[in-house]
Design a protein around this ligand. Sequence first.
Ligand SMILES: Cc1cc2nc3c(=O)[nH]c(=O)nc-3n(C[C@H](O)[C@H](O)[C@H](O)COP(=O)(O)OP(=O)(O)OC[C@H]3O[C@@H](n4cnc5c(N)ncnc54)[C@H](O)[C@@H]3O)c2cc1C
Ligand code: SF4
Length: 332
Amino acid sequence: MKNFAYSRPADLTAATEAASADGTRIIAGGTTMVDLLKIGVLNPEALVDISGITDLRGYDVSSDRMRFGALSMMSTVGDDPDVIAAFPALSESLWKAASPQLRNAATLGGNILQHTRCPYYRDTAYAQCNKRSPGSGCAALEGGETTLHAILGGSSSCVAKYPGDFAQVLVAFDAEVTTQGPGGTRTIAFAQLHRLPGDTPHIETVLEPGEIVTAIELPMIPAMTNSTYLKARDRESYAFASASAAVGVEMDGDTVRDVRIGLGGVASVPWRATAAEDSLKGKPLTEEAAREAGRIAFQDAEPLEGSAYKIKLGADVVAGALLQVKTRMGAE
Ligand SMILES: Cc1cc2nc3c(=O)[nH]c(=O)nc-3n(C[C@H](O)[C@H](O)[C@H](O)COP(=O)(O)OP(=O)(O)OC[C@H]3O[C@@H](n4cnc5c(N)ncnc54)[C@H](O)[C@@H]3O)c2cc1C
Ligand code: SF4
């Protein structure tokens, strides 16, 4: 690991000022960042540790707008009985992620900004990785292993998948993030936070240098109550998603009034399946409709040889999540 300067400011203004300097990176829980420092993928001149900024802690799910400070811990939020009751998908997306030890150290802000797990990005023995080293090529696309890669949103420069779980819930339920940077504060729709790779896959978000995510907010909507997060993965715990779906449904009698579907493990950014949502609105939530929504969610997929299996897997996960919610609603 290369030597770097380290500071731990106690307030946001000092932190944004320090984090704006060239070659500086932000660290919160450190569960992604320390890994990437150790394996030489990131080599910052300086780290600004934001974990001491008390204003970024705490969360509130009691009003008509949920608010989570960026330093809220994955474990605390995921295990909170009020969160479980109000929004099962959000809680499930957190406790199905990583391991208990990691969830006890990792923050929500760090979780949404975690880096890809593309094996070529994380192994500096591979020279070709446009995300790690712009303009160097892409080892995955140039004959590499692609079973872990994206089938939605990729480009000819990068097909890395966005790895997290929590973000699929946020994109499906119209979350926003608030930030503070050198230019002041702003609110960003969560769907706009992550950038598609295009020909600049090394620029992953719209955040400016030194801009710190301060909180994540969500409007309370009825579809949150009847929601779930279904995750298909190699092992039942401690594994990233091969395909996942965050789903929430609001019924109007026998037909669907509102439905939300976020896809994980299959796309280069947190992905909302709006065409699949539209296919369900105003109709009964039958098994046939759920399977058709799953098919529609992947109708524009562009798989590689290794990732083609994700079309059926992803469609089955979407249908499975919808039917799981239906079963839960029937049991009420
Ligand atoms: C073995 C392993 C398995 C895992 N499995 C899963 C899984 O199944 N599902 C899943 O979702 N995640 C998984 N993770 C990822 C884990 O959830 C993340 O590492 C964690 O959430 C990151 O949070 P952190 O606070 O530790 O972030 P850090 O490591 O401190 O930071 C992560 C990134 O976010 C930036 N950052 C952090 N906070 C802010 C902020 N407030 N404003 C601006 N930038 C910020 C940092 O600069 C860095 O780029 C796994 C991780 C490991 C190591
Ligand atoms: S898919 Fe993206 S992250 Fe992976 S090697 Fe190619 S450019 Fe790098």
